[in-house]
Design a binder for this molecule. Structure first.
Ligand code: ADP
Length: 190
């Protein structure tokens, strides 16, 4: 298996670039944000638990997130590999993922860090909200999401840097140009 983590702050372009990666490399996409939104729109048990948390721009507790993620991986035993998008978002999640993959004789091969600055994030999300209507894309909730990113999620980076797995890609510019760097980085790590 080839397993990739796509990493970056809200609005970095993780979802957009993941779609291109899937198309070229035929990996299975797991976006924990998409999964939570699906649970909410289907009003499942998980959906009921996380609805307010997402609306507030806060992180869902690790226990719920990790269990949901592991179940999704287990459901797809025959894929070439996974893109983890929006996961891990805490060091605890990263450790759980390593342990879980190890148990299957697998590992994370590469962590792609999409490098963008805060001005760009805010602009992009303001644009996206006009289309997506996502409640957590409004300016006040976005501040919370960025806070969560800098207080909890950013520490995932040194965790993987210590394993020598991080490649940083410039996330500002044309979607195609950014993707071209990503595609090269993946090929080199295969
Ligand atoms: P973005 O990358 O634009 O912030 P996502 O779609 O990845 O958006 O996530 C939306 C929301 O889902 C997050 O703000 C958080 O509430 C929840 N979420 C997604 N992934 C995780 C995770 N790994 N751990 C905890 N909460 C998560």
């Amino acid at each position: 298996m080839y397993n990739l983590v796509i990493f970056g702050p809200p609005g970095a372009g993780k979802g957009t670039q993941s779609e291109k990666i899937i198309a070229e490399f035929n990996l299975a996409h797991i976006s924990t944000g998409d999964m939570f939104r699906m649970h909410i729109s289907n009003d499942t048990e998980i959906g009921k638990k996380v609805k307010q948390i997402l609306a507030d721009g806060l992180l869902v507790p690790d226990s719920i997130t990790i269990e949901m993620l592991e179940e999704e991986v287990t459901k797809n035993p025959d894929v070439k590999g996974f893109i983890f998008d929006g996961f891990p978002r805490t060091v605890n999640q990263a450790e759980a993922l390593d342990t879980f993959l190890e148990g299957k004789g697998e590992k994370i091969n590469l962590v792609l860090q999409l490098d963008v600055n805060q001005d760009v994030i805010k602009e992009r999300i303001a644009e996206r909200q006009k289309i997506s209507g996502r409640a957590d894309d409004d300016a006040e909730k976005l501040v919370k999401r960025i806070d969560e990113y800098f207080s909890k999620t950013i520490h995932v980076l040194p965790f993987y840097e210590n394993q020598g797995k991080v490649i940083k890609v410039n996330g500002i510019g044309k979607i195609e140009d950014i993707y071209s760097d990503i595609s090269s980085a993946i090929k080199e790590s295969m």
